[in-house]
Design a protein around this ligand. Sequence first.
Ligand code: DQA
Length: 155
Amino acid sequence: MMKTVFVINGPNLNLLGKREPEVYGNMTLFGIEKALHQRAEALRIGIDFRQSNHEGELVDWLQEAGEKADGVILNAAAYTHTSVALHDAVRAVSVPVVEVHLSNVHARETFRRRSFIAPVAAGIISGFGAQSYLLALDALHAGQYSEQGANEAKA
Ligand code: DQA
């Protein structure tokens, strides 16, 4: 049963709404949080929504999610493409972690095509704007993530 989901947002996502709206849309991070809370309420899931610009804090929160959450929605933003520490943190938790991106990272610069999260994620949702988060919540709720694959990669 998916009771508590941590939603963890990485660097610069606090600027959503102002930051490159042609890429990321007009919705603020608070707008995304509100939309998620609404959907979560309907699904009877509790949401713990956070954002940090600091890699180590994101690691701390993933570890905390391993203790307190049943699933994680992770937009690691730029750290997706650079962070072995976040890869290791995701690998270390046994709850499913869904990697999300507002933009389609594969349709942009080549450096965004590499993800350190993807090999240890339960699944990836990229390119649907704020809707990416709602789709991730639905996927966690439905249990339609590749638990097997994620666990094998983590083993
Ligand atoms: C992002 C994509 C990343 O490449 C970028 O660094 C971000 C946001 C997205 O949600 O589309 O900051 O994760």
